[in-house]
Design a protein around this ligand. Structure first.
Ligand SMILES: C[S@@+](CC[C@H](N)C(=O)[O-])C[C@H]1O[C@@H](n2cnc3c(N)ncnc32)[C@H](O)[C@@H]1O
Length: 359
């Protein structure tokens, strides 16, 4: 049995004190002895799995939220793990603005440092932050997090839908992070506002997302494949995340993350950093070390995006795409990326902002 928790929307963070209730297996329903967690319910994989997960065309999906239509199974968690490595290799660390983050997270007498990861997925970022800041409590929230990931004792996961509001977390965290979650965000401005409210004054918000508009090697919009495809055209770029966008997610807002953070009245000192990641090992670096880095990034990004287009199969089918076309997109993507017939980049935007004193 796994020990994970559901957030309790009716209680505020830190309000769970004596006599924590027990679940039917006799386990405390608080998820962490380090913290006063807001949880009222512990996840039991045998008991709860079927209520939280549904199966569509052989893949497991979260059963709570129809907007986020990518799987939550081992295959997808492996893909997210590769993506985690893309960020690690690309940034050289878990986050941008390292000096600010470390200053904010430095131990401080009488204050517990806390980190919140919204849409945590495979849990690697949470595990990494908990290791790097052993004095801090690190919480990962997801519709269906990876309950198999081994976590340090100062980290825990919660099952929750961040679109339903985060009032139980307000004013509690020093760092709030969300990476690659835009497909599950109903309203990006509202999401940023809620995430910012979870910060203590002076805390930092870190929001990262990859553009769905892929770029060619000149960093211009990539031409997409139609019919039988053609030279220089891409199957991967054809649908990308358009299908997710059609479902109502905030995919386009990821392109204006910086503007959205700048417009949020709760944030100041907003900034953005971009990385152009090659899809496949086609790009050369100026030095042998840079060359190796671009090579590794290209291979990881290729694996992650081939995995993504496969993970999107059930979504394409549910949208009425004929299975022959879905297979053509999947096969075409694998072929163009494995044979490097198309040289593309994906742009990742990493934004940040500091919580001001505005209530
Ligand atoms: C593409 S994954 C990114 C995972 C992780 N942040 C990372 O960078 O590896 C998006 C994650 O966000 C979660 N998610 C999407 N919409 C959500 C929502 N409304 N509430 C909570 N989690 C959500 C999904 O379940 C999925 O695990």
């Amino acid at each position: 049995m796994s020990d994970y928790s559901f957030s309790d929307r009716s209680s505020s963070f830190g309000s769970n004190e004596q006599g924590s209730p027990m679940d039917e297996d006799g386990r405390s329903t608080t998820a962490s002895s380090l913290s006063a967690a807001p949880s009222i319910y512990s996840f039991n994989s045998e008991r709860d799995g079927m209520a939280l997960i549904r199966y569509i065309q052989g893949r497991a999906f979260n059963a709570q939220n129809d907007l986020y239509f990518l799987p939550a199974d081992d295959v997808e968690f492996e893909r997210l793990e590769k993506y985690h490595l893309v960020h690690l290799v690309s940034l050289g660390q878990l986050y941008i603005e390292p000096e600010r983050v470390r200053r904010i997270m430095a131990p401080s007498e009488g204050e517990e440092k806390r980190v919140l990861d919204l849409g945590t997925g495979c849990g690697n970022w949470v595990a990494g932050m908990a290791q790097e800041f052993p004095h801090a409590e690190v919480v990962g929230v997801d519709l269906a997090p990876n309950t198999a990931v081994p976590l340090p004792p100062n980290a825990r996961l919660e099952f929750d839908d961040f679109n339903l509001g985060l009032s139980h977390y307000y004013d509690s965290f020093d760092v709030v992070h969300a990476r690659g979650v835009s497909n599950g965000v109903a309203d990006f401005r509202q999401f940023i506002h809620e995430a910012a409210k979870c910060l203590k004054p002076g805390g930092i918000i870190l929001i990262a997302d990859g553009d769905h508009n892929l770029l060619n090697e000149r960093k211009e919009l990539q031409e997409i494949a139609f019919g039988d495809g053609g030279p220089g055209q891409s199957w991967l770029a054809r649908e990308g995340t358009n299908a997710l966008k059609r479902r109502g997610s905030s995919a386009d807002e990821r392109l204006i993350l910086y503007e959205i953070l700048s417009d949020c009245p709760l944030l100041e000192d907003v900034g953005e950093h971009s990385e152009f990641i090659p899809i496949g090992p086609w790009e050369r670096g100026a030095t042998p070390a840079e060359d190796q880095k671009r090579h590794i990034l290209g291979i990881l990004e290729r694996q992650a995006l081939i995995g993504l287009i496969k993970s999107m199969g059930p979504l394409f089918i549910s949208e009425g795409f004929p299975s022959t076309l879905v297979n053509q997109m999947i096969d075409g993507t694998e072929k163009e990326l494995n044979e490097l017939t198309v040289h593309m980049y994906i742009r990742w935007r990493y934004t940040f902002g500091i919580r001001n004193g505005v209530q």
